[in-house]
Design a protein around this ligand. Structure first.
Ligand code: PLP
Length: 493
């Protein structure tokens, strides 16, 4: 922060004194003030240079400077509005004036234009080495030693027996449906509160999703709603072929309760753990509870291969079948024999190299995200109108995203106002996922609520995700907290 007093000068200063004052400041500008200490204009080294070129001597005073209207903002400015003013006038310094026209602050472009994003890739030190290995050995194909090693490491890390690395989490879900025999007109139960990628593959198969609400304690699939959906399916004589259970924002669903219901009705679980790699349910790794589990390594996930996914299972035949389907369902003979439709879904050996490096820092990334959540939690505690996504006793959440919700009974501030306020401060926040049963894509699809009220609708209306990248520093988290604090103290009582 620039010390305003140190750079404030009057017209009686000589050009020499002004130059030496400029020289002593880091900012590169002086503030020319009038008798009452209000701002007259800004003086840059360019202004002084022009005076000299016009023939004024070093010992003449600044009174030869032209009168010019300074470009200023008042204290209501936001980062974005201040930057817009700077861009419009091609300037790098912008004085903030109080109501008496006095400068209370000098904004500098380089302090303002730091954006805080929701969740960005965070590379470690080993990715490059594994990628170089791929280049050096000319293993640039989908398949290769990095892919094999990546599959072995991830299976080992989560405690699963087998893994198939593919080019996206969506592809892994699609393969999971295929290997479980989900086809045309089959029913699949799906979490409604999720990203569309968990359900799109159901449509790829021409199958029919049925949506299940979330429960308030974990925000994940409600066992009550699931049981009701099964009872309905039993009555209709159309049982689901699979249940896709999503683990939201880094937190496992209540797997014991869900598994008990699914095994009663003899229906396999596909566990969409795209957002929960590194999380635990009762000390066991999230993703290992379904017959098949799926992780994503998209750029915004807790670790990334820029794009990628993996399918895991303890059942070898399922993973072998997924690998076969992901390589065009090619029969193991030399002459390219095919008996069923396949896909080009394998992960490239280069990206698997990135994945190997990322896996080695997974634990650190989980720690960092949890720490960011803790900072938010304690920093935002005094705002009674917002509360964090709950973490049940049985859950060890990675807090892939730090998610909070607004209690609409305690404040008039809604999610869109909050997101817009943060955006004005160049902070990216997002609403919670829009539930699938509210999507035009799934109009008319059957939906089972947790109770009389749809809980996922409430989450969508009131919850918001804050920047949570593991590469965020403490100052950035504090910046987010302070914007939220001033929003809630300004607008609510
Ligand atoms: C990211 C995500 C996916 C899809 O993963 P991609 O690798 O982006 O295809 C699936 N389900 C959920 C819940 C996700 O968040």
């Amino acid at each position: 922060m620039i010390n305003i007093e140190k750079i404030s000068v009057a017209r009686n200063l000589t050009i020499r004194e002004a130059l030496s004052a400029l020289n002593a400041t880091a900012g590169g500008v002086l503030i020319l003030t009038k008798g009452d200490n209000s701002l007259e204009r800004i003086v840059t080294d360019g202004d002084l240079r022009r005076l000299l070129l016009e023939g004024f001597g070093l010992d003449e005073s600044l009174r030869h400077l032209e009168v010019s209207d300074p470009i200023v903002v008042n204290s209501e400015y936001t980062r974005l509005s201040a930057l817009e003013v700077m861009n419009k006038h091609s300037i790098n310094h912008l004085p903030v004036l109080d109501s008496n026209g006095k400068v209370i602050k000098l904004l500098e472009r380089k302090e303002l234009d730091e954006q805080i994003l929701l969740s960005t890739p965070h590379l470690g030190s080993l990715e490059r080495k594994y990628v170089d290995d791929a280049f050096n050995t000319n293993w640039i194909a989908p398949l290769g030693p990095n892919v094999d090693a990546f599959e072995t490491s991830i299976a080992q890390q989560v405690g699963s027996k087998y893994a198939a690395a593919v080019n996206s989490g969506t592809a892994a879900i699609h393969l999971a449906l295929r290997v479980l025999g989900v086809g045309h007109n089959d029913v699949v139960f799906c979490s409604t509160l999720t990203f569309v990628a968990s359900v799109n593959p159901v449509l790829y198969q021409g199958a029919k999703p049925v949506f299940i609400d979330s429960e308030p304690s974990s925000w994940n699939m409600s066992p009550l709603a699931l049981e009701n959906a099964f009872i309905d399916a039993l009555n209709l004589g159309q049982m689901p072929k699979a249940v896709i259970v999503v683990n939201l924002y880094g937190q496992s669903a209540d797997m014991d309760s869900l598994q008990e219901i699914c095994s009663k009705y003899d229906t396999p679980i596909i566990e969409d753990a795209a957002e929960s790699l590194g999380a635990k349910y009762k000390n066991r790794s999230s993703g290992t509870f379904g017959l098949i589990g799926v992780f994503s390594f998209n750029g915004n996930k807790i670790i990334t291969t820029s794009g990628g996914g993996v399918l895991i299972s303890d059942q070898k035949d399922l993973v072998d079948k997924a690998k076969y389907l992901s390589t065009q369902a090619r029969e193991p003979v030399a002459h390219y024999e095919h008996t069923e439709v396949g896909y080009n879904y394998r992960m490239s050996n280069i990206l698997a190299g990135v994945g190997r490096g990322q896996l080695e820092v997974l634990e650190e990334r989980v720690k960092a995200r949890r720490r960011i959540f803790e900072m938010y939690e304690s920093g935002l505690k005094e705002i009674v109108a917002i509360s964090p996504m709950p973490e049940p006793d049985w859950s060890f959440s990675t807090h892939w995203l730090s998610v909070f919700s607004i209690n609409p009974e305690l404040t008039a501030i809604d999610v869109s106002t909050l997101i817009e306020t943060l955006r004005e401060e160049m902070i990216e926040a997002r609403p919670a996922w829009k539930p699938m049963h509210l999507q035009p894509l799934f109009k008319g699809v059957k939906y089972f609520k947790h109770s009389n009220n749809s809980f996922s609708d409430e989450v969508f209306k009131n919850a918001f995700c804050l920047p949570s990248g593991s590469n965020m520093d403490e100052l950035q988290v504090k910046r987010v907290i302070s914007v939220l604090k001033s929003l809630f103290t300004k607008k609510s009582s």
